[in-house]
Design a protein around this ligand. Sequence first.
Ligand code: NAG
Length: 204
Amino acid sequence: MKTAGTGDERRGGDQYHRVFLFRGFLVGFFIFCPLLALLASSMPVHKDPSFSVRVNGAHGLDPMSGPVIRPGFNLTLRVDNNQDFTTCREEVTVTVFYGGAVVVGWADVPDFCVEKRSSAELSVPLSHADVVLTNELRRRMALELRSGELELGVEIRLVFPKGQIIPWEWGCYECHDSSSRQSFQLCRAKPEQGYVPCQRLLLI
Ligand SMILES: *[C@@H]1O[C@H](CO)[C@@H](O)[C@H](O)[C@H]1NC(C)=O
């Protein structure tokens, strides 16, 4: 009379069990991995839109006629939206600087949206006022004009519309640990030299 299996029978049972587990693992692996990959690839891509600017038709940046200059130029703002959803911005303002601090142009840009996976070019007519330059800045501007190195700083302030939150990234708008709807882009552009990319300004 046997009340327990022999050692051989137990080993057989263990082996059967192991094979069974291994098969289960294989089946799970080959079903769940493609499933996960499919899920991951169908997640909408989130990547901040990129901004670039171009300075058009600059004139009046002429420091030799006197300390007062009358700048005149416009901008084109280009937005490349590589995301899988439309993105919008509102309360957009542009300020153009020379020499770090002298404001030579500014504009309010109408609210805009850019369709998913597309680009938009927005004309930004700028307002200008007469600008008084210090002697040092006049000298610098004259030198830079001659060498073609004149560079303008363009600061763009943009606001994410309320409610345009990215649904799978709760509480974040442009998703750099930022829960602020406002963001800034900074670009350094030389007149008539095509688009230059802007960089997101991180405020501390
Ligand atoms: C800038 O845009 C305004 C309005 O569209 C236009 O009147 C002006 O001539 C433009 N200036 C330049 C330098 O292109």
